[in-house]
Design a protein around this ligand. Sequence first.
Ligand code: ATP
Ligand code: MG
Length: 462
Amino acid sequence: MTDNATYSTPPLPESRTITRDQHGISRKQMSPNALRVLYRLREGGFGGYLVGGAVRDLLAGGSPKDFDVATDATPEQVKSLFRNCRLIGRRFRLAHVVYGREIIEVATFRANGGEDVEGDRQVHADGRLLRDNIYGSIEEDAIRRDFTANALYYTVEDFSVRDYTGGYADVEAKLLRLIGDPEARYREDPVRMLRAARLAAKLGFTIEAATAEPIPRLAPLLAESAPARLFEETLKMFLSGHAVASFELLEANGLLPALFPETAQALASNKSGALRRMVIDGLGNTDRRVAADEPVSPAFLYAVLLWPAYCRALALLQAQGVHAVEAQRRAADRVTLHQVSRTALPRRFSLPMQEIWLLQPRFSLRQRKRITRLLAHPRFRAAFDFLELRLSASNAHADDVAFWREAQLHPAEAGVVGNGPASDAEMLDDALEQASDEGEPGAPRKRRRRRRRNGAENSESA
Ligand code: ATP
Ligand code: MG
């Protein structure tokens, strides 16, 4: 029984085998554990292939972050070959072979329609599919994958690469090409549009013309994808060292409004381009941090990506006459609320993101006790980094940045009252503090503050 009605059957190039002397992949570049799995499968009489991102990255000159294996053995047969193996997944069972911290995922060849795309439209969703319908041949497994570059199979049988979709030539030409009819494949799973942008950014590939063509038209379909999956995809896109390129490709392919609607709107109406510069600089910093192996946080990333939306919401509220402090709080909430319906954003990230925003006005308050308090704020460092970033959009905060840079180096000397009469600023500060306290689950920070006000500066460590 086949179910090709919803899938177009595209003309595919002849299958081809790229022999060891023709390709540049060597076993030295592979995870020894992945190789162990391949050899064990072979000893057990099964076919075992390295597949997907690992083969693609090795051919493209990168170093894969994980090694996935495809096989004609069923999950149960895989389990019987490895002591360190557990089966996961319900509808589509996968075998995980566990070596300490490394997990080699072993998937049985699947036929078309066998996407375990969580939370999205599924062509076969009833979970009572016939086994023969899920498992397939290696050719079927190849064509149900997304891009030709992702459908190459490396085997230790003769160390060759098996190519059923023309992926080898596409990798050589640095082309990202969907397998099959692009529009149909995007309709099956709109996230493939984001994967196109992400992988093109990561690999420095061009999205092949017919693969790119439908994207701007079909981008709105992403609204049907599960927000949690879009959140995961967003993190992969922006926290893997290719954030600037990914952002530019999202823009160029009309995907930004689908993923970050309010940011896209704010950038379009910001004629000076200052907000966009700030976003690009923020993403550039993120890329540098990833390259230097420094930690990067989803909260800071989202603070950057949604800052244009926040600024716009804030301006609109203030134009309606809402008081500054109240407007800040409402703008932060509104932007967060709208965004989570699109990409999800767990509270453990959205709360610090809001704090980063709400702390910004406090950098222009320079009385001694406020300085000490802000320096001790758990989110001070992130908020200050954010302030520095805002310099790329406008020079207005240059004084603040210089002052707080100094204050961090010599906190004891930083007691100068900065700008003008304190009363307004003080009110703002108190209200903001209250706002950010209320946003925090539980009350420990409030207690800490009160103690500090009584003069016990280091009460946390005492
Ligand atoms: P990365 O380097 O980010 O891991 P990847 O291509 O390995 O990239 P994974 O999400 O790990 O991405 O997917 C592994 C493989 O599964 C892909 O190479 C592709 O063959 C297949 N695949 C993943 N997502 C899809 C999808 N939405 N539709 C079809 N095939 C997919
Ligand atoms: Mg992968």
